[in-house]
Write a protein that binds this ligand. Structure first.
Ligand code: 5GP
Length: 139
């Protein structure tokens, strides 16, 4: 079964499309966190960020780069939070990669991206060094 976003790409489900090119699509979130809340997706269905091929990832970033100032200007926002929920444990509900562009306004009562954490870990320098090494060994 195609994801809800693939159905939008196919035109089977209506959406307020604000930008489209060969590989990416942007449309308003049906349940906006702020006026102008926009989703940017690759048209092909990939579940997680790391599933997206590099050329499509570059297209996705190019669309984000283009859309962020347009969205902010359209709703006269002061800033925006741009984020991916990457995987179910991170809150991803639609298994089709999508970036959220959430316009932000001074004093809107929202938090920074740091607010996503539950209990923050208490890590020593040694722990941080070991984690950095583990990541470095895998890239
Ligand atoms: P997630 O939690 O997966 O990062 O976010 C999914 C987002 O997709 C939610 O913000 C939700 O409001 C939005 N969404 C879910 N279904 C639809 C839909 O059919 N149309 C549109 N435009 N947005 C949707």
């Amino acid at each position: 079964m195609a994801s809800i976003f693939s159905q939008i790409v196919a035109g089977d489900i209506p959406a307020r499309v604000v930008y489209e090119d060969e590989t990416t699509l942007a449309f308003l979130d049906v349940n906006p966190l702020a006026p102008g809340h926009t989703l940017v997706i690759p048209k092909e269905e990939y579940e997680r960020l790391n599933d997206v091929p590099a050329d499509v990832a570059a297209d996705l970033y190019a669309t984000l780069h283009r859309l962020v100032p347009a969205v902010e200007a359209a709703v006269d926002a002061d800033a925006s939070t741009v984020a991916f929920n990457n995987g179910e444990a991170a809150g991803q509900e639609v298994p089709h990669v999508h970036a959220h562009i959430v316009p932000r306004f001074t004093g809107d009562g929202g938090g920074p991206i740091h607010a996503i954490a539950g209990e923050t870990p208490d890590l020593e320098d040694d722990d941080l060094d070991a984690i950095a090494d583990e990541i470095d060994a895998r890239v």
